[in-house]
Design a protein around this ligand. Structure first.
Ligand SMILES: NC(=O)c1ccc[n+]([C@@H]2O[C@H](COP(=O)([O-])OP(=O)(O)OC[C@H]3O[C@@H](n4cnc5c(N)ncnc54)[C@H](OP(=O)(O)O)[C@@H]3O)[C@@H](O)[C@H]2O)c1
Length: 353
C-alpha cells in the first residue's frame, strides 16, 4: 500500500522496510521476559568477580533494591550469533536494562553493530563497546574504558606527572585497556600530563596496527613506539632503558586471565617509577614482582581495584541514569572495600642492579 507520509512514498517504503527487518531480527531470537530490572555482566568467568557480591549492596545504597545482576559467560571470540542473542535480549526485553562488557568488547561490536541505534564517539575511535544502555527507547553503546581507566590513571599520577618526572609510559598489552590509556593520554589538554614517549608492547600484530591507526588518525605530540613481542626477557630490556619516574603497565591479563607476567623476576622497574597492574585478583605475578622492588627501586605499586570501582560505578550510572557524584562514589567505594578480596604480598627474591 502506497501512502504519502510527509516525505512521500519513498520515505514510507523505507520506513516500512526498516520496521519489517526490525521485526525479522526480533523474531530470530529467544527473548526471556524478565520480572525485575536486570543488569547483565557479559564476560568469561563472571561468577568469580567481586561485583556479584558488591552489586546488591550498591543497589540498596542507590535506592534500586529490586535491580539484580546476571552474568552471561561467552567463550573468548564466541560465534557472532551468540553475541547477537545477548544483545537482542537487552534490546527487546523491557526489563533488561543494560550491561557491562568485559573481554568481548571488540567482538560484541563486530557481531552486533547494526542492532545499536547510537554509538558514542569513544566506541567509534576504539572499535569496541563496554556498556549497553537504553535511552528513550534507543539501544546505546558506549566505550567507557577511556573514561574509567583514565580516571584511575589520573588518581595514580596526580597533576602534571610527566612535567614533574620526565617519565615515559610503557604499556604491555594493546587490547581494550591499553588502547584506553593511550586515548586518555592523547586527549590531555595540559602538555605536562602527557609523556614524551609511550611504548606499547603486544604479543601479536593486529592490535598494534589498530592502535597505530587510532593514534595516527587523532594526531598527537606523544611519540608512540609499537613493539611486537611476547618474550619476557626482551621486555626486561625494554623496561631497563626507561628513564626514572616512568610508569609500567600490565594490561596483558597475564597473572589473572592466563598465568605469568610480561616480565621476568629479573626485570628492573624504573627508579622512582610506578608499576600498575590492571587487575586486583588472581596470582598477579607482575604486582608481586613490582612489590619486591618497592623499596630497592622506590617503585609505587598499584593494582586494579580503583579501576574496578570507577569502571563499575560509571557503567551503572550510565545504565540506571543516575548521577555518580563524588559523594556517591565514595559511599560505593566504602561498601565495596568491605567485600574486597585480600591481596597480600608474598615476598620473593628481588633483582640487584
Ligand atoms: N580492574 C579493572 O576493572 C579492569 C578494567 C579493564 C581491564 N582490566 C584487566 O586488564 C587486562 C587487559 O584488559 P583488556 O580489555 O585490554 O584485554 P584484551 O583486550 O584481551 O587485551 C590484552 C592484550 O594483551 C596482549 N598480550 C597478551 N599476552 C601478552 C604478552 N605476553 N606480551 C604482550 N602482550 C600480550 C594481547 O595480545 P593479542 O592481541 O596477541 O591477543 C591483547 O592485545 C585484563 O586482564 C582485564 O581483566 C581490569
Amino acid at each position: 500500500m502506497d501512502r504519502d507520509v510527509s516525505g512521500g512514498s519513498n520515505t514510507w517504503h523505507a520506513m516500512e522496510a526498516a520496521s519489517l527487518s526490525e521485526t525479522g531480527i526480533k523474531n530470530t531470537y529467544k527473548i526471556i521476559k524478565k520480572k525485575v530490572p536486570t543488569f547483565y555482566f557479559i564476560g568469561v568467568t563472571t561468577g568469580q568477580s567481586s561485583i556479584m557480591k558488591v552489586f546488591p549492596r550498591w543497589m540498596e545504597a542507590l535506592g534500586e533494591p529490586t535491580t539484580i545482576i546476571e552474568g552471561i559467560d561467552h567463550k573468548l571470540h564466541d560465534v557472532h550469533e551468540k553475541y547477537r542473542q545477548t544483545v537482542a535480549q537487552i534490546k527487546y526485553d523491557p526489563l533488561s536494562i543494560g550491561a557491562l562488557i568485559t573481554s568481548h568488547k571488540i567482538d560484541v561490536l563486530e557481531a552486533a553493530e547494526d542492532m545499536f541505534d547510537v554509538l558514542d564517539i569513544s566506541s567509534r575511535l576504539t572499535d569496541e563497546i563496554s556498556c549497553i544502555s537504553k535511552h528513550d527507547g534507543q539501544l546505546v553503546g558506549h566505550a567507557l574504558d577511556p573514561l574509567t581507566g583514565g580516571m584511575s590513571l589520573d588518581a595514580i599520577l596526580g597533576r602534571e606527572y610527566f612535567a614533574r618526572t620526565g617519565g615515559y609510559v610503557l604499556c604491555f598489552g594493546a587490547g581494550g585497556a591499553g588502547k584506553a590509556v593511550a586515548l586518555h593520554l592523547i586527549q590531555k589538554d595540559r602538555p605536562g600530563d602527557q609523556p614524551k614517549r609511550m611504548i606499547v608492547v603486544n604479543r601479536s600484530q593486529p592490535r598494534l596496527t589498530k592502535l597505530r591507526r587510532m593514534v595516527d588518525d587523532l594526531g598527537t605530540d606523544i611519540n608512540f613506539e609499537y613493539i611486537r613481542n611476547e618474550n619476557p626477557t626482551r621486555n626486561d630490556e625494554i623496561m631497563i632503558n626507561l628513564p626514572d619516574g616512568s610508569i609500567v603497565i600490565n594490561a596483558t591479563g597475564l597473572g589473572k586471565d592466563r598465568p605469568g607476567s610480561p616480565i621476568t623476576d629479573k626485570g628492573l622497574f624504573p627508579i622512582h617509577g610506578i608499576a600498575w597492574e590492571m587487575n586486583y585478583r588472581g596470582a598477579l605475578d607482575f604486582w608481586h614482582q613490582a612489590k619486591a622492588q618497592e623499596y630497592s627501586q622506590n617503585v609505587t605499586v598499584e593494582d586494579g581495584w580503583l579501576y574496578f570501582l570507577h569502571g563499575w560505578s560509571e557503567h551503572i550510572s550510565e545504565v540506571l541514569h543516575t548521577d555518580m557524584d563524588n559523594a556517591t562514589f565514595i559511599e560505593l567505594s566504602e561498601i565495596a572495600e568491605e567485600l574486597r578480596p585480600p591481596l597480600q604480598y608474598k615476598p620473593r627474591r628481588y633483582p640487584h642492579p
